[in-house]
Design a protein around this ligand. Structure first.
Ligand code: ATP
Ligand code: MG
Length: 568
């Protein structure tokens, strides 16, 4: 391919409104253009990268025996109503009506549609296991579409689904996917950490997310440097470092705390208490009734854990007036001491604590000398808090670390979550009819692309991992009008292309500085430069992008050098 005839609209300057590095570089390198919030056009370079990633995904899916489908993205509402997700998924699902006013939806994932096919066609255990997948567009009305294609409202997903007759079969399909995902991310040059995850609105039991450490990410994960424990913060557990409490100094004592509203206020208040000696009292409304949640002053409530504890009941923070109606005071002075007839959940980090301070349920007053088990005996213990860096690992005790990440892939054991309500059943070897045991597995194609850039770039631009680069090599002349440089570079273009390499010949009539800058920006792994000095010796300059490595190479050796470096 010739650069002069290729559409690579590079930008000299950083686009103003792009924050994430990958977003900035994808715009600057001429990979994408924005059409609307979270909606992007992929230009030819990005499309080449996407095809490489999809190629790797297809090879690894084939390796585990998966079969490729292509399902509609425009769905009638019925399957979504049958699974229950028409109502359980809220604003994320794009909904529309056809001309007959029938409800429709745009694909958010493919569970319902694949299950519809399974229900109609799979009859016997003999047809199982099956692994079905597609690579196709997904639509999600994300609350905060940002960071370019890392979080789009339309994006490409490889989604696969496994169908087994029993749990053991599902476990095997799940493990196959875990291995395929590990290989896909490694081949794409994106390092991921598999973590235990919560299953959210997809339903099901066990799930593992593959997370890439990334500044532009929005998910925190907890990892143990001592053992292999790793979990999404939404789900992670820890042992809070023990705090040595003095013996109880007496019964609860009320004291005035005028103007104190927050944990920090009370830390600063004369005669107050450090955050780890305070009990934070939150009031939530669950099914219309108040629920008190107690946490150590410096700990944060984890709403996902709360949601799981409540088993799907709707919970929301109480309004100040609801707090007053339930406890007699406004937020800032709330507590659980002496509270009767209300449900109280206390985080385990409060177990056994003495000499604590908490709100007195009277505005501008607090209580000190609280012994949690003595004074709040009616609380039930639960894991309610977010893990903090430095907490102890539940498996080995080592100090846990937190990392900011983005989810690259997610594998779920769905179990009977879709097959049961949708009636997808098969006959077992014993002739018994059972619901199919399903799994579901997703990977974002553009996310891999952007995460690869987040992980591999320098001040000059993108440094593509070789397996997903838009081209293998760029050939550049120092002076486009020089007959020898032109002729030699043309000849090498033909030779390398015939040998199966993806070659871009920069034949533009530009200064070498401009050409090299562009080549660096778009991140092509290798550059071969045709200049007068090297050519006089029958050589070219061979430049490795990113490594800073440059060497002279005889013309005749370029092809072998590329083959060696690309492992072909
Ligand atoms: P997130 O928590 O980041 O929103 P998710 O849990 O909604 O992700 P899944 O429903 O598990 O994601 O989707 C499977 C995969 O699809 C994700 O691992 C990710 O690679 C990709 N993906 C999900 N949402 C988006 C998006 N808005 N833009 C680009 N890729 C996405
Ligand atoms: Mg999401």
């Amino acid at each position: 391919m010739r650069w002069s005839q290729t559409f690579i609209p590079t930008l000299r300057d950083d686009p103003a409104d792009a924050e994430a590095i990958s977003h900035r570089l994808m715009l600057r390198a001429g990979l994408i253009r924005q059409l609307g919030a979270g909606i992007y056009s992929k230009l030819p370079l990005a499309e080449r990268v996407a095809r490489k990633i999809e190629g790797i995904v297809r090879e690894e899916m084939a390796r585990i025996g998966a079969q490729e489908f292509r399902l509609p993205m425009l769905h009638p509402a019925e399957p979504w109503k049958e699974s229950g997700r028409w109502t359980s998924v809220k604003e994320e699902l794009f909904r529309l009506r056809d001309r007959k006013q029938a409800d429709m939806a745009l694909a958010l994932t493919g569970e319902e549609i694949f299950t519809t096919i399974a229900r109609g066609e799979l009859r016997s255990y003999r047809q199982l296991p099956q692994i079905w997948y597609q690579i196709g567009d997904k639509f999600r009305d994300e609350p905060r579409p940002k960071s370019g294609v890392l979080r789009g409202r339309e994006f490409t997903m490889k989604d696969s689904y496994s169908f087994d007759v029993d749990r053991a079969g599902l476990d095997a399909s799940f493990d196959k996917h875990a291995e395929a995902y590990r290989r896909i991310f490694a081949r794409c040059g994106v390092e991921t950490i598999p973590v235990e995850a919560s299953s959210g609105s997809m339903g099901g039991s066990e799930s593992v997310e593959f997370m890439a450490v990334c500044e532009a990410g929005e998910d925190w994960i907890v990892v143990c440097p001592g053992c292999n424990y790793a979990a999404n913060l939404e789900k992670a557990k820890s042992v809070a470092p023990a705090i040595a409490d003095p013996p109880s100094a007496g019964p609860p004592e009320k004291f005035a705390t005028p103007g104190v509203r927050t944990i920090d206020d009370l830390v600063r208040f004369p005669g107050g208490a450090p955050a780890e000696r305070q009990i934070k009292t939150l009031v939530y409304v669950v099914d219309g009734a108040p629920l008190l949640l107690l946490l150590r002053g410096d700990h944060e409530l984890n709403e996902v854990k709360l949601g799981e504890l409540l088993g799907g009941a709707q919970a929301r923070p109480a309004h100040p007036e609801e707090c007053r109606a339930a406890l007699g005071a406004l937020p800032g002075s709330l507590g659980a001491v002496g509270v009767r007839g209300r449900r109280i959940l206390a985080d385990r980090a409060l177990e056994g604590r003495r000499e604590m301070t908490t709100g007195a349920n009277q505005d501008d007053f607090h209580l000190r000398h609280i012994d949690v088990s003595r004074d709040i005996a009616n609380a039930k213990w639960a894991d309610l808090r977010n893990v903090r860096a430095g907490d102890g690992c539940i498996r080995c005790g080592k100090s846990l670390e937190l990392k900011k990440t983005i989810e690259m892939g997610h594998i779920f054991k769905l179990g009977l979550y879709y097959s049961e309500p949708m009636g997808a059943r098969v006959l077992t070897a014993e002739g018994k009819e059972v619901p199919i045991v399903m799994g579901s597995y997703g990977i974002g194609i553009e996310r891999i692309m952007a995460a690869a850039i987040e992980a591999h770039h320098d001040q000059n631009g993108i440094v593509w991992p070789t397996a997903i680069a838009p081209f293998d090599v760029v050939l550049s002349t120092v002076k486009a009008s020089d007959a020898e440089q032109r002729e030699k570079s043309e000849r090498m273009h033909a030779e390398l292309a015939a040998a199966g390499f993806e070659v871009l010949l920069d034949d533009r009539d530009e200064r070498p500085g401009v050409k090299f800058k562009d080549a660096d920006l778009v991140g092509i792994p290798f550059r071969v430069v045709f200049g007068p000095r090297a050519l006089a010796k029958g050589c070219v300059e061979f430049v490795v992008r990113g490594g800073g490595e440059t060497r002279e190479l005889p013309l005749a050796e370029v092809r072998a050098e590329l083959a060696r470096r690309l492992g072909r």
